[in-house]
Design a protein around this ligand. Structure first.
Ligand code: URA
Length: 256
């Protein structure tokens, strides 16, 4: 039985990807393949304590080595006012995450580009259009997921964010994770992996399922960044394998 909708078929054809064949339930004859061992990752600092009473937003932002217990409006105000790294000097505006605040899947990219900064939304340009097609292939829309970046301000001249910039922005990403509490996280590219997993190996070595530190932390799948896939379409096949892992994780996590 062909369980693909016409839209999915179109998406997969556009991506140049093979059809998704749902995994069969185990028959008992063949053991399930063992899950890969969780990667060892350094614990990230997490502090959910509210900022000291009466602290100004500027103080909260400046002191955010740990994650302040901001609510959504507080988080977005803090991101908009953030001066934790030099990227604030040349930005038109910071670009916060967007989407479904109760999303099952949180998607993390690198940093906004010029089109995203102008639109004030993550993934507003060409790589966003590819990302939308990738999500559609696993039956998700960008409105259904929480879509954000490791770094919320545009680095000049399309350069990769520096490690200090990634570290400075990490508390905001951690707070988004805590507020959304997704069932799974899709990490797109090396910068997002550096921020969330504290790993700086190439994506080719990190791809697939990883684990965030901490009890109850959601499972993570690392994959290629869509901008990379636009340059290297041959790797879409690998990205599709990663997306199928996301789909299976979401399905597994929904099981009682
Ligand atoms: N736009 C974003 O918002 N993030 C990326 O990583 C790339 C483009």
């Amino acid at each position: 039985m062909d369980r693909l909708t016409p839209r999915q078929r179109q998406v997969l054809a556009w991506l140049g990807l093979p059809r998704w064949v749902p995994r069969q339930a185990p028959t008992g004859a063949e053991p399930e393949p063992a899950a890969p061992a969780p990667a060892e990752v350094a614990p990230l600092p997490v502090a959910d304590a509210a900022p000291a009473g009466g602290a100004s937003l500027a103080e909260v932002v400046a002191a955010a080595e740990e994650v302040p217990a901001l609510d959504w409006p507080g988080l977005h105000a803090a991101i908009a006012a953030c001066e934790r790294c030099g990227l604030c000097r040349d930005r038109q505006r910071a670009v916060p995450g967007e989407g479904n605040r109760q999303a099952e899947l949180l998607v993390v990219g690198e940093a906004p580009g010029a089109a995203d900064e102008q639109a004030g939304r993550p993934f507003a340009g060409p790589s966003g259009r590819l990302l939308e097609r990738m999500l559609a292939a696993i039956e998700l829309s960008r409105e259904q997921v929480w879509l954000t970046n490791a770094v919320k301000c545009r680095p000049p001249e399309q350069r990769r964010p520096a490690a200090e910039e990634v570290a400075a922005c990490r508390p905001w990403l951690q707070r988004e994770l805590a507020l959304v509490a997704p069932r799974a996280v899709l990490v797109l590219g090396g910068v997002a992996a550096q921020s969330l997993l504290a790993r700086d190996e190439p994506v080719s070595e990190l791809r697939g399922r990883q684990r965030l530190p901490g009890d109850g932390a959601p499972p993570v799948v690392v994959s290629w960044h869509p901008a990379y896939l636009l340059r290297r379409p041959a790797d879409k096949r690998g990205a599709w394998a990663d997306l199928k892992q996301v789909m299976e994780l979401l399905r597994d996590e929904r099981r009682p």
